[in-house]
Design a binder for this molecule. Structure first.
Ligand code: FMN
Length: 304
């Protein structure tokens, strides 16, 4: 009997659907037992968000300051054959509930275990995954594979539709006038192919990373210009997060003004800076071909 622990958090249910799809091939299989652990932030984050609430999680996300979570239900001393960690990205970092789990004593459950990560995000996950990989290694886990599902619409349209979704709760956009927000139903449904690959590897007791096989089925796509784009944005995010944190912790009214300033910056960045930066990144990719190719290889191989 193979024992799998699946740790995940999802606000809208999108990542839950992805996890269900990936694990569909395990279901009704008597050789596999699955324990689902749904990480519960205390108190829960609001959905839909107000614009201020959305930006108020920004500094802690960027700085990796965990939120409070409810005690977990699984036994951290149990030896699982595979740990699956499914997470989403908040401001180029793992979401706060996942940061909280990774920093909790229960993260030791990954010690000596293969860990498969599943990311369900908009499209920018590279730097968040660097943090998550380091945390897995710190807990003694072994990077076994990574699967990334993201929004396939172009970057600027994707920012707009996800902002409408997060702030209104509506994923369907204006009777089809804009593409639906988030990851497509088809991509979520097709993610079961990764479960089949996992199942085979578990049956064969294959201890090696299965990243190469997963990638042959489209598990990880690295968009070259985001390699530069994310690094550039993160540098600016770090300045803003420190600036806001100087006025206090999440929810502190003293920092409300700075949080609103950041909201203004975010609007300006999306409307003006992002299009210019996208063009610059496309040009830079052309001039830094070798460096970019090395980075693509690194990010797709899921190594540290
Ligand atoms: C506060 C916040 C910040 C986000 N920042 C990013 C980001 O930097 N990169 C990205 O690709 N997606 C980002 N997203 C989208 C999420 O990764 C995710 O796709 C979405 O919230 C749905 O996830 P769910 O399964 O928790 O509902 C952000 C979402 C939220 C709520």
């Amino acid at each position: 009997m193979k024992k799998i622990l699946i740790i995940h958090y999802s606000q809208t249910g999108q990542l839950t659907d992805i996890v269900q799809s990936v694990t569909a091939p395990f279901k009704n299989n008597e050789t596999v037992s699955i324990v689902y652990e749904n990480i519960k932030p205390k108190p829960a984050f609001p959905f839909p968000w107000s614009a201020t609430q959305f930006c108020d999680v920004f500094p802690e996300s960027v700085e990796g300051i965990p939120c409070e979570i409810e005690p977990v239900q699984f036994d951290p001393n149990e030896s699982y054959d595979l740990v699956i960690l499914a997470y989403q990205v908040w401001f180029l970092a793992p979401s706060l509930p996942i940061t909280a789990f990774l920093n909790s004593p229960e993260a030791k459950v990954m010690n000596g275990r293969p860990v498969l990560t599943i990311i369900g995000c908009r499209n920018m996950w590279l730097l968040a995954h660097e943090t998550v990989k380091q945390q897995i290694i710190k807990s003694g886990g072994r990077l076994f594979g990574n699967i990334v599902l993201g929004d396939r619409t172009n970057n600027l349209l994707g920012v707009l539709t996800i902002a409408i979704w997060m702030l209104s709760g509506k994923k369907k956009m204006f009777f089809g006038l804009l593409p639906d927000a988030g990851i497509s139903d088809k991509d979520i449904h097709d993610a079961s192919k990764f479960g089949t690959i996992l199942m085979k590897s578990l049956k064969n007791n294959d201890p090696e990373s299965i990243q190469e096989t997963l990638n042959m089925h489209g598990a990880v796509t690295v968009v070259p210009q985001y390699i530069l784009f994310e690094k550039r944005i993160q540098r600016i995010f770090k300045i803003w997060s420190k600036f806001i944190l100087r006025k206090g912790e999440r929810g502190n009214p003293a920092r409300k003004f700075r949080v609103r300033l950041f909201l203004g910056y975010l609007f300006a960045a999306i409307a003006v800076i992002a299009p210019v930066s996208t063009v610059l990144s496309i040009l830079a990719v052309k001039f830094k071909k070798d460096e970019i190719q090395n980075a693509i290889d690194y990010f797709s191989k899921n190594i540290v």
